[in-house]
Design a protein. Structure first.
Length: 319
């Protein structure tokens, strides 16, 4: 069985947005073009990968030094919800929190644009998944700058005040924000699900034609599709300005959902391995306490003699 770590199957370097390099989305594939994988094999590999991620999550919790923030951004119908559902289903739900951010409320707009996202950050040993994120503030607002006026920012009175310098400052704010999180033990992984305009049209039609998917479609989705080129430029700029070693962007081919899910799982798995985590080491004094606890528990069943024998064997093996 091939492994998620096999670079021949998932070439992560091709998906990585290199820091300091200007990103052109046209340079990245929207569909899987390799020949090594087929859908059935990929699904089996993903299932194995999910079990592996669950094991790593357990160690993450026990290690208690790092937290994981996973961010998903994409055009409508690119498969964010499905990616979260399929990849993260192997995790213990007690240690994973998923947040889907929609348009900010009036209360949220009365705070800085990081505020509501700060409330959803993971604690040490935990994983948080943000389905859309603070990047909406340099994506949808870049396409619709008039929405920035709702934030009541000092010095921003009209759309004319929202110039290149404004966006440069906002990108810098994001980089500083993520750098501070990373410096305090948070691993940040950002995924852009790269779907083609043709594939989006196909999925929109499926949502319209299939009664069970009607609820997924909104006329606002069609309206935003009209700004496709503007969104592509906004994503290119945002990824170019904010992909850093401490918070990398990965551009995932999303036309083939099965491959996108596998690629995301592979990247997460490989990033976890870099942490060199381990379970806490038990001291000799703690081992002694464990043996005392064992003797006490065994004595409850009248098995003291057996427990002492087992304890001696454990000590002898340890020495």
């Amino acid at each position: 069985m091939p492994m998620l770590s096999d670079e021949k199957l998932i070439n992560v370097k091709k998906l990585y947005a290199k820091p300091g390099k200007k990103v052109k989305l046209s340079d990245f594939d929207t569909e899987y073009k390799g020949k090594q994988l087929v859908k059935k094999e990929a699904e089996s590999l993903l299932e194995t990968g999910r079990r592996h991620l669950a094991e790593i999550q357990d160690m993450l919790y026990a290690h208690n030094q790092y937290s994981i923030l996973i961010i998903f951004q994409a055009m409508d119908a690119a498969g964010k919800d499905g990616a979260v559902k399929h990849i993260m289903s192997g995790f213990n739900p007690l240690g994973v929190k998923v947040y889907s951010f929609k348009a900010p409320t009036s209360h949220e707009l009365d705070h800085d644009f990081f505020w509501r996202h700060n409330l959803a950050l993971p604690a040490r040993g935990e994983i948080a998944i943000h389905n859309r994120s603070h990047y909406e503030n340099v994506l949808v607002t870049k396409v619709h700058p008039e929405w920035i006026l709702n934030e009541n920012i000092p010095g921003i009175e009209t759309v004319k005040d929202i110039n290149d310098r404004f966006w440069e400052n906002r990108y810098k704010q994001i980089v500083r924000y993520e750098k501070n999180l990373a410096a305090n033990g948070m691993i940040i992984l950002k995924f852009f699900l790269h779907v083609s305009k043709k594939e989006q049209k196909k999925r929109f039609l499926e949502r319209i034609d299939d009664p069970s998917k009607n609820w997924k479609f909104s006329l606002s989705d069609l309206k935003e599709r009209g700004f496709w080129d503007d969104y592509q430029r906004a994503y290119e700029m945002a990824i170019s300005q904010t992909s850093k070693e401490h918070a990398p962007w990965f551009i995932i081919p999303a036309n083939d959902k099965w491959y996108a899910r596998l690629a995301i799982a592979a990247i997460i798995s490989r990033q976890f391995k870099k942490l060199n985590m381990s379970y806490p080491q038990v001291t000799d004094a703690q081992k002694e306490e464990l043996q005392k606890a064992r003797l006490h528990l065994m004595a409850e069943n009248g098995s003291t003699k057996s427990a002492k024998t087992k304890s001696k064997k454990v000590k002898k093996a340890a020495s």
